[in-house]
Every structure is written in structure tokens, then in C-alpha cells.
Design a protein around this ligand. Sequence first.
Ligand SMILES: Cc1ncc(COP(=O)(O)O)c(C=O)c1O
Length: 344
Amino acid sequence: MASKEDPMTQTTSQPSQPVTSGEARVNAIPTPDIKHPELDRPVIYINGEFKPKHEANISVYDHGLLYGDGIFEGIRVYQGRIFKCGQHMDRLWRSAEALRLEIPVSREEMIAIQRRCIELNEVVDGYIRLVVTRGVGTLGLNPYACPEPGIICIADQISLYPPEMYEKGMTVCIAERPRVPIKCLDPRVKSLNYLNNIMAKCEAIDRGLLEAVMLNTDGFVSECTGDNIFAIKDGVLFTPPSDAGILEGITRRFVMDTVAPACGYHVEERLFKPIELIEADEVFLTGSAAEMIAVTAIVAQDPAGHDVEHVIGADKTVKAEGPITRELRTKFREIVTGDNVPED
Ligand SMILES: Cc1ncc(COP(=O)(O)O)c(C=O)c1O
């Protein structure tokens, strides 16, 4: 991290410091000895230092903890490369700007931090969690009382859904709780405040499910609690637009711009109600952690408030991943296991 010098203590007689790049600064940070791998790994970057896991702690006065005041990115690593790194950095900086949070390192330095974390923890295929907190302040809400935002980078493994679910598909429910409206807190901001999503996720867990579809306050489909959603009808793919109130997923964009066109499909962005999901030929979710996964049934409440399970697709007797989802998922895997994992 850039050292902050007090201008009052600087003297003109000191030799000027050589200008170092963000990457060189990160590479110069000492790394800890690992004495107990099960406790110490992964080595975590936290506020300018690399610490063993059990020593990577933040202050109880950090507003990221006190108020969920901060932002994050969940980023995939494929074959040691940071998948769509450029787009994740763009989104992180956009989120910061929306929350008037000044990220205290350069973009180059932030990328170097991630690369060093991957390297130190020997992550080849894995996941990076990058967090920028408002930093340490007072017990009041005032974000301007927090002089220095905090940065945390964790490179580890993630498995969101069991492997067999990728073959068989998953059942999701329609959450009763709507997505926070854009005017209140724009879901495009990937903030540390995920309570809207967590409470909707509880609705899924209460039903023995792993994911819930969230509707906006006008009753249109927005996204799931941790994934974007797509549907397919008569060979046409469609997904809710940004103004439905969604996180603009990097995986969603990759499917729209690269995976679907490579398979000869175009994706429409348009508003739609849950009935179109239920009547779709195929439904699938996208996310950095989930990649692409088929939805094969949707649980929705009938007018009497009873849960009804709707199997997706023409054949209501079998829950199975549809052919277009399979084709797209195969292409997706082909790209991320190929020689040119995109870092743009
Ligand atoms: C609410 C929400 N929607 C969508 C996504 C998918 O976004 P991405 O593809 O960038 O991981 C996420 C991922 O964390 C999410 O939390």
C-alpha cells in the first residue's frame, strides 16, 4: 500500500525515494512463516500486510463490520489466471464511486495483491474474495469519520453447489421478499450489505432449497440471491435488464457476449414476470462461484399461499438440464479450461 508521509516531517536534505510501481510495492511486502498450515492457510492480504488466516483480523470499529459499509468482488481463478479481472476491477471502482469510497491503492496495485495471494496460496483453480471496507471509524454512522478504507484479499477454494447438481439441475423458489428498489440501494453496487439477499436465501433454505428468485417491487424477475438468471423459450434466450434491479454479473456478461454468440444464440434483455420463467423451456443461473447451472424446477406460491413445484420444460415428468443450457455450459467450460482464459 502507498506509504503516507507527513509533509511536516519531510526535509529537503533527504535523498528522494525511488518511484516504485504498485506491483513492486506489493512484492516487497514480507510474507509470514507458515507453522500450522491448517490454521495459517490461506495467507491473507489485509491492510497492507500478508497474514496467516488466524491472524487476519479487522478492528471491531471497522464500518464494514458495524454497518456493512463497504464493497466486494467474488472473482474466479482458472488455471492461475484471474477470470475477467478487468471487468471485476471496473465494477469494484464503480461500486466505490457510488458509495463515495476512495480505494486507497491503484488498480495496478489491486491486481498485484490478487496475483500475490494466488501465488502465495498456490491457487490454480479457485476463487478470490476482494473486500474494501469503509475502514475504522467511530461508533456513529458517519463514513467520513473513517480516514482509511480497509482492503482484504482472500484466495481460496469455493464450491457453491454439489457437483452432481450441475448434471441434474436445481430447484429454486420464488422469494416473497422483493429486491431492494434501485432508488433505495442500487443492486448494481456490490456492497457488503447483503441482508436483502440473505433473507430471501432463508426462504429457499426453509424449503430445503439452495437458491431463490427475487422479484422487484413491480413483480418482475430481477435475479437470484447470489446469481443472475436466464430463461429460454422457443430457442430465444432472455434475461432481466439492469433496470429490473440486478447486479450486473460478470458471468452474465460473459454468457451474453461470448458463450451464447459462440453457440449461435443472441440474448435479449427484457422485463418478464415469474410466469414466463415457469413456462420457459429452460432456465439457468450464472455467477462467478456457480458458473452456469440449470434450474429444473421452480417452487412458487399459489393464490391460496401454498407452495407448488413447477417442473421446467415440456416434459413435466422429468427434471433435466435442457439441451441449450448443456450446450452453453459445455462451451463455458471449454473456454475456462482452454489456453486463453480471458483476463480482460
Ligand atoms: C446478487 C448477485 N447477483 C448476481 C451475481 C453474479 O455476479 P458475477 O457473475 O459477477 O459473479 C452475484 C455474485 O456474487 C450476486 O451476488
